[in-house]
Write a protein that binds this ligand. Structure first.
Ligand code: A8S
Length: 147
């Protein structure tokens, strides 16, 4: 789960609304990525900056700097925690965000819009992580499969 969350250069690996991403591909704070959004949403592109990447504590932070969409001053933090869930080893992912309420929308509408996108991302994150785990051999290498 953490390896997907931390891959700043490839959010499309688990984010279902992102079609493409270009970035310099290093994982330093301040690195910028440009993402293209799939059609059907009130957005086409987003310019995003890596704010925090802490592998020891598994914390990942991104801030949106611009792009063709309505979420101004969006920034989010994700933390990933090993947990026992229903008696089985699992992963707890916590994501928090702040964003400006766009002109013409209410706080509630903005909250539900963002919450919807985050829920979709987290559901796909679970699916993709489980598929990768099933195809990872005991030495930790991923067998070649197209996701
Ligand atoms: C994320 C979280 C969000 C991304 C939103 C909320 C976005 O990529 C999409 C639609 C928009 O209207 C805004 O972690 C924006 O990706 C899917 C383009 C930023």
């Amino acid at each position: 789960v953490w390896s997907l969350v931390r891959s700043f250069d490839q959010p499309q690996k688990y984010k279902p609304f992102i079609s493409e991403c270009t970035s310099r591909g290093d994982f330093k704070v301040g690195t910028v990525r440009e993402v293209n959004v799939r059609s059907g949403l009130p957005a086409t592109t987003s310019t995003e900056r890596l704010e925090l990447l802490d592998d020891e504590h598994r914390i990942f932070g991104v801030r949106i700097m611009g792009g063709d969409h309505r979420l101004r001053n969006y920034s989010s933090t994700i933390t990933v925690h090993p947990e026992t869930i229903e008696g089985r080893p699992g992963t707890l992912v916590i994501e928090s965000f702040v964003v400006d309420v766009p002109d013409g929308n209410t706080t509630e509408e903005t909250y539900y819009f963002v919450q919807y996108l985050i829920n979709c991302n987290h559901n796909c994150l679970a699916d993709v992580s489980e598929k990768i785990a099933l195809h990872t051999n005991s030495s930790g290498q991923t067998n070649s499969v197209e996701w």
